[in-house]
Design a protein around this ligand. Structure first.
Ligand code: HDE
Length: 698
């Protein structure tokens, strides 16, 4: 492989040219040491510019096997995209175990402190197709493959700890309703349409999730600032066969952060790849994102006393109730070599578990365990997808499965069955996987546990746990989404559920839609209205108090104060933040010291929505020029509307004024280089939320 596909990752830009001969024939002029281009059969190619023809003007010959092979392969480049989670982005890394957990699980990955296990993570949106935009309001997939010494363990989770439905039999309905409507083929990658909300309004079990998806969790700032969850209750099994229930959590070291809705809408236009670019850039810069694996551990006694069924994936167990024990860290430190080979062909499966871990009877999990293998066969086209490098275990593996499409890992020799008396080949081992011998009896029924019928209590708990700003965002999101729903009855039905969650919220949403408050929907089970708030559920209440990993965008012009610029850059670096310069021309600008510096973005390609905070360093002339430029006015007006911190040079004031920015506590005029650090200190608050109510009137 290595010979055939030379590693061009470190390739430098070489002088390349196409040489044109007198008769129109063309050849690429290549470096003398370049490897020969060949066909897939290894045949060296002398001309990759022209198909084989009779004479110069054709016809083209069927005999041109090189052309035929190239086009044949090209025609089949696409494989079916994932039905859900089609748009995704992956990276490699490792998991490091903090301490031995041998008392609670025999899983090899948790036996030795300090052990590193290779990992691959794929983040995704759910509803949009492969080419959709990153900032759709949507749940994010957070799928982790851990290549342990006893086989691959996949935690195929999301960035939200609950799900829409309780039983896997409803999944096709949910996804049909959420994705584009079948007659018109739109809208894509959004839930703001009739079919989705029609389904939700008829499925009260989805109301808790509806609150979560209307929160800022579904418009994350980037993958690096998201939590992840295994969602279902699993089991950990120790060497003595004792079972402990577990819920898996991924906690981002950089803290959680989201964008605001108007910003998300604009990011989608400015950079539809915002999230994947962010992860790529961070890893390339050596700024490796990290998450800690947290376990919520509990036993049958807790399961029995808990108000909800631990098998119900529409419920959480609040952290305040069962604390999270952090047992290791996941670090992403390597981008993929090839997007298709790795990110596209990676195949996750909830049933990829290892000795020491087991399932529970969560009916959603049980359904998933059936679904994922099926989907891989459809997408990757063969049962042998497990042999692709991204999917193959990194520990030794031996099985007697054989043949099928693309079999390149068949058993060697005569033995392909077990038991056999040939004395060779793999054998069962006492260390092998054993299912926990749970006792399950009961009538065969299409039914659910009784507590599954509580649909509103935790939705309320989620809502009352949010800060005021976040509650407003939830209200605004409901109003936005339901304003896109064309059928008034569907809007009303959704609001009738919100009445059971929180009357004030329901009233605010009804007001926002310009409708009367409907009567409450009939609850299947009386909601519990006094569950204590869980502050851990709020993003803002858990803000990291740091600007690390964030991005400062500095709008500059010719003559911009070089000292101030240097001070801002140094302060940002000190805080672990990245800086990008935006100028009238991408070729660069000449600062006050007479030096030409390159810009990263031209002003119309680098709107402020791409940055966490902005600075506007203009000369007097620059401010006069940019006053006339609509995208420069948008730059500051949007930063202001999105509650961002803004620093300005004194000379930039006319631009701010023209953009309608009224300086407040989140806008800082920089007197000199010494103010740079003060500004970055301000930025550690991430957003100036106090401004928000002042810039929204409806
Ligand atoms: Fe999935 N899901 N899912 N899902 N899911 C898929 O598998 C399915 C569910 C999740 O980056 C599919 O390879 C059923 C919950 C992620 O490759 C498919 C049910 C959670 C990913 C499938 C669920 C998830 C998938 C489509 C209801 C969060 C992307 C392509 C019982 C805990 C993994 C594929 C990646 C992908 C089925 C519900 C997370 C069709 C039947 C709940 C992160 O097999």
């Amino acid at each position: 492989m290595a010979d055939k596909y030379p590693d061009l990752k470190s390739a430098k830009l070489a002088d390349a040219a196409i040489h044109r001969g007198p008769g129109g024939e063309t050849h690429q002029v290549a470096a003398a040491d370049a490897p020969a281009l060949t066909s897939r059969q290894g045949i060296p190619i002398s001309d990759n510019q022209n198909s084989l023809k009779i004479g110069r003007r054709g016809p083209t010959l069927m005999e041109d096997f090189l052309f035929r092979e190239k086009i044949f392969h090209f025609d089949h480049e696409r494989i079916p995209e994932r039905v859900v989670h089609a748009r995704g982005f992956g990276a490699h890394g490792f998991f490091e175990t903090y301490e031995s957990l041998s008392d609670i699980t025999a899983a090899d990955i948790f036996q030795r402190a300090g052990e590193r296990t290779p990992a691959f993570v794929r983040f995704s949106t759910v509803a949009g197709n492969k080419g959709s935009a990153d900032l759709a309001r949507d749940v994010r997939g957070f799928a982790v493959k851990l290549y342990t010494k006893e086989g691959n363990w996949d935690i195929v989770g999301n960035n939200i700890p609950v799900f829409f439905i309780q039983d896997a039999i409803k999944f096709p309905d949910l996804i049909h309703a959420a994705k584009q409507e079948p007659d018109r083929g739109f809208p894509q990658a959004q839930t703001a349409h009739d079919n989705f909300w029609d389904f939700i309004s008829l499925m009260p079990e989805s109301i808790n999730m509806a609150l979560w998806i209307m929160s800022d969790r579904t418009i994350p700032r980037s993958f690096r600032f998201m939590e992840g969850f295994g969602v279902h209750t699993f089991r950990l099994i120790n060497a003595e066969g004792k079972s402990t229930y577990v819920k898996f959590h991924w906690k981002p070291k950089l803290g959680m952060q989201s964008v605001v809705w108007n910003e998300a809408v604009k990011v989608n236009g400015a950079d539809p790849d915002f999230h994947r670019r962010d992860l790529w850039d961070a890893i390339q810069a050596g700024d490796y994102p990290e998450w800690e694996l947290g376990l919520q551990l509990f036993d049958d006694a807790f399961a029995d006393e808990f108000e909800f069924d631990i098998l119900d994936a529409t419920k959480i167990i609040p952290e305040e109730r069962v604390p999270i024990r952090r047992v290791g860290r996941l670090v992403l430190d390597r981008t993929v070599d090839n997007f298709f080979a790795e990110t596209e062909q990676v195949a996750f499966h909830t049933a990829n578990i290892v000795p020491g871990i087991d399932f529970t009877n969560d009916p959603l999990l049980q359904g998933r365990n059936f679904s994922y293998l099926d989907t891989q066969l459809k997408r990757l086209g063969t049962t042998n997808f497990t042999d692709l490098p991204i999917n193959a275990p990194k520990c030794p593996f031996h099985s007697f499965t054989q043949d099928g499409h693309m079999a390149f890992n068949n058993p060697r020799g005569r033995v392909n069955y077990e038991p056999n008396s040939w004395g060779t080949g793999p054998r069962e081992t006492p260390k092998g996987f054993r299912s926990f011998p749970a006792e399950d009896t009961g009538e065969k029924r299409r039914a659910r546990g009784e507590l599954f019928a509580d649909h509103y209590s935790q939705a309320r708990q989620f809502y009352v746990s949010q800060s005021e700003t976040e509650q407003t965002h939830i209200k605004d999101a409901f109003v936005f989404e339901l304003s896109k729903v064309e059928t008034p009855q569907i809007r009303a039905r959704v609001v009738s559920h919100l009445v059971n969650v929180d009357k004030t919220l329901a009233q605010l949403v009804a007001d926002g839609l310009g409708m009367k408050l409907p009567a409450a929907a009939e609850p299947a089970r009386k909601p519990i209205t006094d569950l204590p708030p869980s502050p851990a559920l709020s993003i803002i209440k858990n803000a990291p108090g740091s600007f690390k990993g964030r991005k400062l965008g500095i709008l500059v012009s010719d003559g911009a104060d070089a000292k101030l610029l240097a001070a801002l850059e140094a302060a940002a670096k000190q805080h672990g933040a990245m800086v990008e310069l935006i100028a009238p021309k991408v070729g660069g600008f000449t600062a006050s010291d007479g030096k030409l510096r390159p810009a990263k973005q031209k002003v119309n390609g680098g709107p402020s929505v791409l940055y966490d905070a902005v600075a506007v360093l203009l000369s007097e002339d620059g401010a006069l020029q940019l006053q006339q430029e609509a995208t420069a006015r948008d730059f500051v007006a949007d930063a202001f509307a999105h509650a961002k911190f803004i620093a300005t040079s004194k000379e930039a004031a006319p631009l701010l004024e023209k953009a309608g920015v009224e300086p407040d506590g989140g806008v800082m005029s920089l007197g000199g280089a010494k103010d740079a650090e003060r500004f970055l200190e301000l930025c550690t608050q991430l957003r100036f939320w106090e401004r928000e109510p002042k810039v929204h009137a409806v």
